[in-house]
Design a protein around this ligand. Structure first.
Ligand code: ARG
Length: 593
């Protein structure tokens, strides 16, 4: 369906044309209509007469008056007022709005148009590292990435989400020597061992997670230990059997655990690939970079220059191989681009990381373009997100001052939600827990996604879990409220099928329908701008509009049968729109709460 604002702008533009202020004469279309920024005065407005005044050497209010005249019998606007100094204040025709919203309720995805040429998009998000627990810093990459994936899919694109695990660098070597310290007798460390390795891993996930921080700390103080870790990394990367076998155990144990945590946030990756998956592509990629004359040796290392004339800051060369020939973080990222181009041929690759990696991605993208890893039209997009802070405005920490584990954060949110759900509700303990788990996810996700990604935000448990205000639980509460009205209606013998939305009868209802009418435009821009916060802002406004309407309107006791059916149809549409929106944000509503 055509976007609502476009439709009413067309009507306005036609009036400008008819009054002699057309696009040709004015040099631009003056009829753009926007949602009013003074809702107390009008519903929509057009400032085109102001913009045209100079060109036509006429007082804007005169132009506005002439345009208004042409809209006297408009089927789109019920009232058009030219007000000084030259604004057009607009009220919408109820019939027209009713027609549009009825059409929405009958159209797939409420009138969101599918792209003519769907894009193939790869999203690289999550950023988990094997053998290291997820911490609060990983929340945003997972949650924002998942939502962008769902939004782009909903908008008709083909999207692949890849976890891109950190599974190949020095961290792996550190864990290996950490295990060796604890259990030197294991067959994995015996170079002469030729038998089968045990199927059972020699550690649990909690042991594994203890090993990395201890080993990493020690390597910082003990150069000999660090050298051993580097040696172990090298042995792993060159394919020493025992090390590979041990690494596979680390992968299995760790990925099983990661999947558990991610799925508790409804984050689902299509691919669980990692840095290790592209190791075999590196030699070939490096050779091409050398053959193409892009890579050269500088101070022993192999580098590609990526600075550009227009740079205002220093952009250092992209290092491809260290002087000992070892690959780096960027080497994996570049080889991964090569692999993705070969396997999926994406139109776009989107990355989500902490915003401090901006220079890094600048270098990687420039290098990929320069060396021809991607085609000129392939978009490489990096989204850098801000930090999750505590109430002191500093990065969120545990009470003890340590890094907050993501699992702990999720658990604490569920506990707090349970406490709030129990208050004043009659529910069995079991039911309360199940509901709290669902609502807690909305609190976490909405608390994050309602912020612009690049901004830092304060993790405010009390606010995020509140049933009032701009929160996930408030949205769910609204959906549940609608569901319960619909259930009652059905219990009273009403059918939820074949209902028809009519023109609005009151101002609150009209406001709500105008909000609904903006759905397709909102979703389209949320996709184009990779901006889940737009979806949040939209459903917050819609939930408010609904609650206001609900407050003013007797729905189930409405006497006029056709009216009542129309109200029910409108409720169904509102619920469906809200549910699709929360689905693309990554959460669902319970049946009751
Ligand atoms: N594993 C990395 C880290 O912990 C994040 C990976 C981000 N994605 C990427 N393609 N580099 O910092």
């Amino acid at each position: 369906m055509k976007k609502f604002l476009d439709m009413i702008s067309e009507e306005m533009q036609a009036a400008f044309e008819a009054a002699g202020y057309g696009e040709e004469q004015a040099g631009a279309a003056l009829g753009r209509v926007t949602v009013s920024n003074r809702p107390d005065l009008c519903e929509y407005q057009c400032n085109g007469a102001m913009a045209g005044a100079k060109k036509f050497k006429k007082a804007p209010v005169m132009i506005a008056g002439e345009v208004a005249e042409k809209l006297r019998d408009s089927r789109v606007f019920s009232q058009v007022e030219a007000v000084p100094p030259g604004f057009l204040n607009l009220s919408l025709s109820e019939e027209f709005l009713g027609d549009y919203v009825r059409e929405m309720s009958r159209t797939d995805k409420f009138g969101l148009e599918m792209p003519e040429k769907p894009q193939m998009i790869v999203i690289d998000y999550g950023g988990a590292n094997v053998a290291k627990p997820l911490h609060v810093g990983h929340l945003r990459s997972a949650v924002i990435g998942e939502s962008i994936k769902r939004i782009c899919r909903y908008a008709g694109h083909e999207v692949i989400g890849d976890a891109h695990l950190g599974d190949w660098g020095l961290q792996m070597g550190l864990v290996i020597v950490g295990i060796q310290e604890r259990q030197p007798e294991l067959a994995y460390f015996d170079d002469s061992y030729e038998g089968e390795y045990p199927a059972e891993p020699p550690f649990t996930i909690s042991e594994l997670e203890e090993i990395y921080p201890a080993s990493s700390a020690r390597s910082k103080e003990d150069p000999e230990y660090k050298a051993r870790a580097m040696e172990a990394t090298y042995k792993l990367q060159t394919g020493v059997r025992g090390y590979r076998a041990l690494w596979r155990h680390m992968m299995n144990v760790s990925v099983t655990d990661l999947k558990k945590v991610y799925s508790s946030l409804n984050v689902e990756f299509d691919l669980w690939k990692g840095e290790s998956d592209v190791r075999d592509l590196i030699p070939e990629m490096v050779q091409n970079m050398k053959d193409g004359g892009y890579a050269y040796i500088s101070e022993g290392a192999l580098v590609v220059d990526v600075k550009e004339e227009t740079d205002t800051k220093e952009v250092p060369p992209c290092m491809i191989l260290k002087s000992d020939g070892a690959a780096l973080y960027n080497t994996s990222d570049l080889a991964t681009i090569l692999e993705r181009m070969r396997l999926y041929h994406p139109d776009q690759i989107i990355y989500l990381t902490d915003k401090r990696q901006d220079l890094y991605f600048d270098q990687v993208f420039r290098c990929a373009r320069k060396t021809g890893l991607v085609e000129p039209q392939t978009r490489l997009k990096w989204i850098g997100f801000g930090t999750v802070n505590g109430s002191d405005g500093k990065p969120f920490k545990t009470r003890q001052g340590g890094l907050m584990r993501l699992e702990t954060l999720i658990r604490d949110t569920k506990e707090e939600m349970l406490r709030k759900i129990r208050e004043g509700r009659e529910m069995s303990e079991e039911e309360a827990r199940a509901v709290a788990d669902i609502v807690a996810v909305s609190a976490l996700l909405y608390g994050d996604l309602s912020n612009q990604p690049s901004k830092d935000y304060i993790f405010d448990m009390d606010r995020f879990t509140s049933f009032e205000g701009d929160t996930g639980p408030y949205i769910l509460y609204t959906i549940v409220r609608i569901k319960s009205i619909l259930t009652k209606y059905a219990q009273q013998g009403g059918s939820l099928e074949g209902l028809e939305i009519l023109a609005p009868t009151g101002q609150a209802q009209k406001q709500m329908m105008m909000q609904l009418a903006g759905f397709n435009a909102m979703m389209e821009s949320a996709c184009e701008e990779t901006a889940p916060h737009r979806v949040c802002a939209f459903i917050y406004d819609l939930a408010n509009a609904f609650n206001h309407f609900y407050h003013e309107t007797q729905i189930l006791s409405e006497k006029d049968e056709a009216q009542k059916k129309s109200l029910i149809a409108l409720l169904i549409l509102t619920k469906d729109v809200l549910e699709d929106c929360i689905h693309v944000l990554g959460f669902e509503a319970p049946e009751k709460m």
